[in-house]
Write a protein that binds this ligand. Sequence first.
Ligand code: SAJ
Length: 415
Amino acid sequence: KRVSVIGLGYIGLPTAAVIASRGIEVIGVDVSQKAVDTINSGKIHIVEPDLDIVVHGVVNTGKLRATLIPEPADAFMIAVPTPFKETPDGDSKEPDLSYIQAAARSIAPVLERGNLVVLESTSPVGATEQLASWLQEERPDLTFPQSKGDAADIKVAHCPERVLPGYVLQELVANDRVIGGMTKACSEKAIELYQTFVKGECIVTNSRTAEMTKLTENSFRDVNIAFANELSIICDKLKINIWELIGLANRHPRVNILNPGPGVGGHCIAVDPWFIVSSCPDDAKLITQARHTNDAKPHYVVERVIKAADELKRPVIACLGLAFKADIDDLRESPALQIVEKLAEQNIGQLIAVEPNIEKLPDLVASKGVAIAPLEQALEKANIVLILVDHQEFKMLDRTHLVEKVVIDTRGIAT
Ligand code: SAJ
């Protein structure tokens, strides 16, 4: 048996490596020559704990090999990005399926009767059927589930990834999986594949429900965080400590409010709800509002800092954290980075960023005069301490360093 994983990014590479570690031959395919070369030399081009060790091992034993051009296999797993793009009116966002389409075009020539194609990328409802249509267009000589049902030559399913960055290797194996085959036979074939490496339960549904399940999980989190973010602004006005409040409310057996923060970042929670909105814009009112509430939070934090800075004379502002969440180095779509960038444009004082997980400041903020320094050094100079990420190092911070400073704590770790 041979498995091909298309897209060797944050999801595809760990998936390929874990399957290969079960002794199955895996061919990874990526459009980036650099990614392919890095993997073939036994190294990795992304940051994820312990992934380097696993990849090194499976490349050494020959179980994982990366290529630019797909080769024949029994199963193809597509793990390419599904970003969004602005709608023409600029009011909303819609999914961009061009990477899935490109993946379909690239594997179509090597597809053979009896193959399984699984879409892992988070996708809007209907994307799996769309993928099958693209494949059918390219390969009129083969039959697909939309026309032949269970008897189709090629089986197609959606099995959305649901791993948490930072815990990918554990969650890939331990999490339950939703298996959404386009037909019963598609689901059965997909389960066979997932059972080679998943210890969690594999639960069968259809492809549309599987697509919606993934979007629902991330929207649930987004809406809950929006509730917390809205509460935090209300509590600032009413002079109530939001962290104490949530702690108290969560003592109720049926209340579980998430944490407010400087905004919602990353490539999932801030993106996926838009896929529901774009399918049903008139009905997804709460989901749309949650997106707007969370997107507005960084601006609220910027306003608070400007106000505090106005009361001091060109203060030194230590900005603790740039990553999109705790204990990772990922700055993409990070509200913390967005806040520091906006503050730098305001020219209200000297900004020092502290980000223990990176070595070099991104140009975006470095070019605007922001400095980077280790925690102690930044705190020594700072008049205002702005806590943006709850990194472990910041949580262990000696509180005496904060005495006589203005502390703006968006993560509730100093209170
Ligand atoms: N955040 C808060 N308050 C919270 C929790 C998170 O402000 O209480 C913020 C974080 O700081 C971050 C953003 O939300 O900026 C997203 O972080 P996250 O930890 O909630 O999620 P991701 O984006 O790292 O991963 C999510 C996960 N989904 C769920 O937990 C439902 C993961 O399981 C998914 O696989 C992943 O999205 C994905 O790929 O879709």
